[in-house]
Ligand binder design. Sequence first.
Ligand code: GLU
Length: 444
Amino acid sequence: MKYIERVLAELNKKYADQPEFLQAAREVLDSIAPAVEKNEAVYERNAILERIVEPDRQIQFKIPWVDDNGNAHVNIGYRVQFNNSIGPYKGGIRLHPSVNPSIMKFLGFEQVFKNSLTGLPIGGAKGGSDFDPKGKSDREVMAFCQSFMTELYKYIGADVDVPAGDIGTGAREIGYFYGQFKRIRGVYEGVFTGKGLSYGGSLARKEATGYGLLYMTDELMKDHGDTLEGKTVVISGAGNVAIYAAEKATQLGAKVVTLSDSTGWVYDKNGIDLALVKDIKEVRRARISEYVKVHTDAVYTEGKGVWSVPCDIALPCATQNELLEDDAKMLVANGCKAVCEGANMPTSLEATKILMEGGVMFVPGKAANAGGVATSALEMSQNSERLSWSFEEVDEKLHGIMKNIYKNISTTAKKYGVEGNYVVGANIAGFEKVVDAMLAHGIC
Ligand code: GLU
């Protein structure tokens, strides 16, 4: 049995109860085959694949907190420190009822390759909790965050592990996490990214994932002799990634016609009114259905459905496995030209295959959404030198990083004889840098 197949078979047996992790591992291991085959003997002797699929450590802890009625609750907290071969552990904190060890591990694993692709010195990690901030008061969120950090502080630090935002963790949560860390540890260090601007945050971090996604899409289009000008764009999600993806798409001349949340989706043929969406989501923390109360000619539909809208470009920016086989078939049938992932693993393996075979250009999340964590690394640099860069400076660096990632994944795909296959390009390019460091460090 070939090395990759053996490791995958062992993983399937060992972690049969972790479907998301197995999906992420299969996607990576299958597509790095040409790179592994070239060095199979060395990799196998050094157990490179066995070591890269196993997190360095997984921390799980209890988070007791008290609600506004005086009732106590217990949630589970996680931090998966996956790989720190090329830099301190780095990755967000997801707060969502679906969070479990499989989701934490898949996200941590993806982060290793994504962070490597940024070209910056950051290792991969992920954390989170099954706590749902939706519908909770500010005080309840604060109580939860303080309790979470009362455990997590032991394991993080500016040169050890630097958490950040993700689904359910925004500026408010990061503020409470940081405040509690500072209180317990008594040090003022760049231990979190996505911080508020008054306490060490970076300009353009909030916009970075969405903007970066569009810089990547723009590069992709240009490389294929096209532009974003006049294109119809369908976006899922209405969080930080989706909102700033829509903003940059609009600035680049495209028309964004959909957004969604976990309850339903809106279609506005005139182009989404982003000022209204920001008010609904960032200020009022309300549902996207509010949109049609103002724009009565837009349509709100409960449930899923954005991929049924004919488009030139589709940007899944909500969550994992939100673009499935039937969705991919609709996108192909409707003549969609490109799918670039703003979320982590939003497209299933089967759907990815359908898109690529159907001639749709496809850029996986670990490359397309890397602008967020790349800008987090820029926030770490600013914290280290105790300076703040201007919005333009950070944005320009972000733009350069996304262009480099595109160049890296497309030349890697070409080098391995699969031009235009950005899944292979991203996985091999991300993998090779980490493996190089792992080999240099010896067995550890
Ligand atoms: N949660 C984001 C991601 O999936 C950002 C992580 C970070 O900035 O550390 O990449």
